[in-house]
Ligand binder design. Sequence first.
Ligand code: FMN
Length: 212
Amino acid sequence: MFKHILNNDFANIVKGRRSVRNYDENVKISKEELSEMISEAALAPSSANMQPWRAIVVHTPEGKDKLRPLVRFNTLQNDTSSAMLLIFGDTQSYLYTEDIYNTAVEQGKMPAEVRDRQLETILSMYPTLPKETKVEVAKIDSSLFAMQFMLVARAHGYDTNPMAGFEVDRLAKAFDLDEERFVPVMIISIGKAKEEGYESVRLSADKFTTWA
Ligand SMILES: Cc1cc2nc3c(=O)[nH]c(=O)nc-3n(C[C@H](O)[C@H](O)[C@H](O)COP(=O)(O)O)c2cc1C
């Protein structure tokens, strides 16, 4: 991790991020570097550290052909980006909880008693939650992963565009995922800008903040 960082200037990473929709088609990001960025993004926090984000990296011409009819008005990003990251939330992420917590104990990052206590709480609660709550948790956590991925991409010298404009009801099935279990969260295109994104405005903080 962090082998390919080109930009370590936090203010520049955050302030200079723009949604880029048109990419230099000659830039291909290696599988190794994409994997590294995904690992770095996965340092994001999540509810009970259950890490419900799941990713499909669409980077081959065949994958792009399959995705094109599903991305509505976002075909330029699909056709010019180095890759399209399909982010899903796993509503059964608790199936990995024992793995995660056992690894934490093995690596000396958590005492065994804490693991036992937490596993008991998590595994007695999460599987029984209503479906809407499971979907909500998976989407919130996966959105944090998505945001972190976009900032990580900037640190690697790349540009991104988050997208919700896609066929939500068809994406999982098209990529052979169980649509009952995996909920689509967002697609992020990644590549090197051919055309810079335009600067956008933000509400001033006092318009959306109250103090109590
Ligand atoms: C959840 C989400 C969905 C979005 N969907 C799309 C989309 O489908 N197509 C697109 O071109 N931009 C999409 N955007 C990008 C927004 O238009 C963009 O983030 C916003 O205008 C602010 O611009 P900036 O990203 O350059 O700061 C989306 C952004 C978010 C966070």
